[in-house]
Design a protein around this ligand. Structure first.
Ligand code: PLP
Length: 364
């Protein structure tokens, strides 16, 4: 049996340390917005090279709150890639704005300036590049495009903790960035969690206010916000894990290299890193027109694989009123993409077994 995610084995050695920190939280009786959240926010901001980090309840709220903190609201349009997890577009709707879909680059699976530009119009207020599967969108050209258009950039870095582009961490490029600590993520809580990072004092202040019912002083609520705080128990666990993220990312990159070295690229299309990027390989998604057949064959030999986002955002029933023209690259990835086993604890033997099985099943 080769699991799709082998994250648990990497976290196992830290379990005692995590439980010790969480025991101290339980004994302190302080569960919401206490010292663990503050410490983690400081550590994560420093790790990313950002001035502010605001811990929230999950990655979806991180996106929604960040959009609102950036001043996005009713009647504003926000450009999002046509292929991502639903939350990327959902957050735009929940912030009161209108998602406008743009196609992805067929190789990197992310928005590029070329694919985003046609979706920008008079009402566009922001673009949300998604660092899909742990790759990093080409932030240089996207920031340039946004500057020309006078619009904001919110990075959806939910899948990209630990990734970098030209030496800068994913999440450090946009006006703000949103992270998810959902349990399957590269930096994972033991439940839900998320964070917003930014260098802008006003955006940070607005996000802090919004995550806590719009509170500006005891019992004074300046606006309707959310009950969306990262909690102390999750922050304690994340605080233990963060120092290990670079090691885990390195191991994921080693697995990606081993897939390439074992000749997987001769059998299926491999994911391409954006020029200058060191992807964090949250998922290792290959593309083949024989996707469903391949997934079936792998399952019979105990190798887990999974198609991701098989319905692109512009074809989701919940986005029907925002539907757009065909998006060929997004549709192709939805129809042909397959995530193969990936994780910091995956060994070379397993990688080679996966490649052998892909070779065998596609040989006929
Ligand atoms: C690209 C992307 N954006 C947003 C989210 C939302 O994060 P969460 O599940 O923590 O709400 C996720 C993950 O679930 C994601 O993969």
């Amino acid at each position: 049996m080769i699991p799709l995610f082998a994250t648990r084995a990497a976290v196992e050695p830290l379990l005692e340390q995590i439980l010790e920190r969480q025991r101290a939280v339980v004994q302190s009786g302080r569960y919401i917005l206490g010292p663990e959240v503050e410490a983690f926010e400081g550590a994560f901001a420093t790790y990313l090279g950002r001035r502010h980090c605001i811990g929230v309840a999950n990655g979806t709220d991180a996106l929604t709150i960040a959009l609102r903190a950036l001043g996005i609201g009713p009647h504003d349009e926000v450009v999002v890639p046509a292929l991502s997890f639903f939350a990327t577009a959902e957050a735009v709707v929940n912030a009161g704005a209108v998602p406008v879909f743009a196609d992805i680059d067929p190789d990197t699976h992310c928005l590029s300036a070329e694919t985003a530009a046609p979706a920008i119009g008079e009402r566009t207020k922001a673009i949300v590049p998604v660092h899909l599967f742990g790759n990093v969108a080409p932030m240089g050209e996207l920031n340039e495009l946004a500057a020309e258009e006078g619009i904001a950039v919110l990075e959806d870095a939910a899948q990209a903790a630990g990734a970098s582009l030209e030496g800068r961490m994913a999440g450090s490029f946009g006006d703000a960035a949103a992270f998810s600590f959902y349990p399957s993520k590269n930096l994972a809580a033991l439940g839900d969690g998320g964070a917003i990072v930014t260098d802008d004092d006003d955006v940070a202040e607005a996000a802090r206010r919004l995550r806590n019912h719009g509170t500006v002083a005891p019992w004074v609520h300046e606006q309707a916000g959310y009950n969306s705080r990262l909690d102390e128990l999750q922050a304690a666990a994340l605080g233990v894990m963060l120092p290990h993220l670079d090691d885990w990312t390195g191991r994921r990159r080693r697995v990606a290299r081993e897939y390439r070295e074992a000749g997987l690229g001769e059998l299926v299309k491999l994911p391409a890193e954006t020029a200058g990027a060191e992807a964090a390989y949250h998922l290792f998604v290959v593309t083949t027109p024989r996707r469903d057949e391949l997934a079936g064959a792998l399952a019979t030999t105990g190798i887990e694989s999974r198609p991701y986002f098989t319905t692109p955002l512009h074809r989701q029933p919940g986005m029907a009123i925002h539907a757009r023209d065909p998006m060929p690259s997004a549709e192709r990835l939805a129809a042909e993409g397959l995530a193969l086993p990936m994780g910091p604890a995956l060994d070379r033997e397993s990688v080679e077994a996966v490649v052998d099985e892909v070779r065998r099943s596609l040989a006929t």
